[in-house]
Design a protein around this ligand. Structure first.
Ligand SMILES: Cc1cc2nc3c(=O)[nH]c(=O)nc-3n(C[C@H](O)[C@H](O)[C@H](O)COP(=O)(O)OP(=O)(O)OC[C@H]3O[C@@H](n4cnc5c(N)ncnc54)[C@H](O)[C@@H]3O)c2cc1C
Length: 481
């Protein structure tokens, strides 16, 4: 049995920021981490957070104010998140930057890759394992600590109040009760829980690009304690290309056909989206559409394949349209594709190359493929997408054999959706009353992330960091001995 002021579940983005805030203010805290190493969390491996009002932005004369970022994100959410919570979190950007700097972690500001109109995304310059070691070291200096191999499994209650966590040591199997005045759940979502993914998205595969240690345990604990789920369920989708569970190497080159703006069809061979959405907003809206489709296929002909191959980049291939901002910022890199990959990808069962669309349709059971291509080619000829309205420069016919078809499934860096909280990260019961002593932060918090995921790159980690601080500050502000 151990006693501390606050018990935190998960040493990821939200958990570590909460712990640093509490410990720096003089409160004792323990962070329970299921993994064997400090750097197992998604946050430890992430590129970087979007933040408002940072010194870095000030230095580069491109400040993104909290109001600006809030208005953008809240507008994007269409009111599906708790506005008070979102605003409170976004205002913590400068504090995140300060804690990272104090710990010795270097950041730089990135360009506006997905054309949102401002530069909120920061990128870690300090390499992955080292930056989490630095955070843990700073936490220790402040008097807090991380316990590795500690899998939180059950919340402890006393007189209707949450008063601790029962955790099992992953190596010895020993159980320890950690008591505290408050518990912050920050266990990183449910990407490692296939059943839960299927419960929300159906019998499809969502390729897990992040840690599978996050298996929904935090959400389950909060629900068991009387909490309720919020309503937005989704993913922060893989933006480097399509995914297929049969792919053996990670991110082979042929995954990128999903993001080129060319023809995509669903599991029956019908067109199902404006393909530019995946090219322009792969993390958010485009990813959401693939989650809805469940499985989808990129269909192209020899002219398209060779055309992109001989161009300098995808953006070059389409003639560098000035108005295509994301084409310029995100799709202007090459060389690609790599023909030597094709045989391997075909043997893995997710790629196919053949002399006729009839063969392709039979191979992947796409009964409407030929009909779809005929209609698509007519729109290419007319120069107008009368179905989904994509930009005319993306209309390239699928006419010249051989034909290439690549099968894809959605993939995710992490999940969206979780526990309903108030504007201070306090977990709410079904009557909307805070459950005494219980907080949820990071992607376990269902009230600050929307589905589709925000179009602001870095929002996942940004809100994980800032919601950790929001929870910690509420605990500090309401401390009574
Ligand atoms: C490779 C990669 C790159 C990414 N890049 C970016 C990026 O550039 N920008 C961005 O915004 N987002 C990015 N993301 C997503 C981002 O990392 C997550 O949204 C963010 O880490 C969520 O923070 P969190 O604190 O909620 O969870 P996490 O950081 O995932 O931390 C949760 C922690 O809880 C632990 N845990 C789980 N269950 C238990 C339990 N029962 N007991 C104890 N501990 C438990 C886990 O092991 C984990 O360490 C990336 C993700 C990955 C995988």
């Amino acid at each position: 049995m151990e006693h501390t002021d606050v018990v935190i579940i998960g040493a990821g983005g939200a958990g570590m920021m909460a712990a640093l805030t509490l410990a720096k203010a003089g409160r004792s805290c323990v962070v329970l981490e299921k993994g064997k190493h400090l750097s197992v969390s998604n946050a430890a491996r992430a590129g970087g957070p979007s933040l408002a009002d940072t010194l870095l932005q000030e230095e580069e004369n491109c400040t993104v104010s909290a109001e600006m970022l809030f208005r953008h994100m809240y507008g994007f959410s269409r009111g599906t998140v708790d506005g008070g919570l979102l605003y409170r979190c976004i205002r913590n950007g400068r504090k995140v930057e300060a804690l990272l700097r104090e710990s010795g972690i270097q950041l730089r500001l990135t360009e506006d890759l997905y054309s949102v109109g401002f530069r909120a995304r920061h990128f870690f310059e300090t390499p992955a394992p080292q930056r989490w070691e630095l955070l843990a070291k700073k936490l220790e200096e402040y008097g807090g600590r991380v316990v590795l191999n500690a899998c939180a499994g059950e919340l402890l209650t006393e007189n209707g109040r949450i008063c601790g966590v029962l955790a099992v040591d992953g190596q010895s199997g020993e159980q320890t009760a950690y008591y505290g005045k408050a518990v912050i759940i920050a266990s990183g979502g449910y990407l490692g829980n296939e059943e839960m993914l299927k419960q929300h998205f159906g019998d499809i595969t969502v390729g897990p690009l992040g840690s599978r240690l996050s298996d929904g345990a935090g959400i389950a604990m909060a629900l068991k304690a009387g909490g309720m789920e919020d309503r937005s369920w989704g993913i922060c989708a893989g933006e480097f290309g399509g995914y297929h569970s049969r792919m053996k190497g990670r991110f082979p080159g042929n995954m990128r056909w999903a993001m080129t703006g060319g023809l995509l069809v669903d599991r029956e061979g019908r067109r199902f989206m404006d393909e530019q959405l995946l090219a322009d907003q792969p993390l958010s809206v485009g990813g959401e559409v693939t989650l809805r489709a469940g499985s989808y296929y990129a269909v192209l002909d020899e002219a398209f394949y060779q055309g992109i191959r001989s161009a300098r980049s995808v953006y070059d291939f389409y003639g560098r349209p000035e108005e295509w901002k994301t084409g310029k910022s995100a799709l202007d890199r090459g060389p690609w594709p790599f023909p030597e990959d094709l045989e391997r990808d075909i043997s893995e069962g997710w790629a196919f190359c053949c002399g006729s669309l009839e063969e392709a349709a039979a191979h992947f059971s796409l009964p409407f493929l030929e009909e779809t291509v005929t209609r698509y080619n007519a729109m290419c000829e007319a120069g107008q997408d009368t179905e989904f309205g994509k930009n005319s420069w993306l209309l390239k016919p699928v006419a010249k054999a051989p034909f290439y078809v690549f099968a894809y499934e959605p993939s995710a860096w992490c999940t969206i959706g979780g526990v309903k909280t108030d504007a201070f990260c306090r977990v709410l019961d079904r009557k909307q009353k805070p459950i005494s002593g219980l907080y949820a932060a990071g992607v376990d918090n269902g009230s600050c992330y929307c589905a589709p995921y925000y179009d602001t790159e870095g929002a996942c980690l940004g809100l994980a960091f800032t919601s950790g601080i929001t929870a910690a500050e509420h605990i500090l502000g309401n401390w009574s001995a």
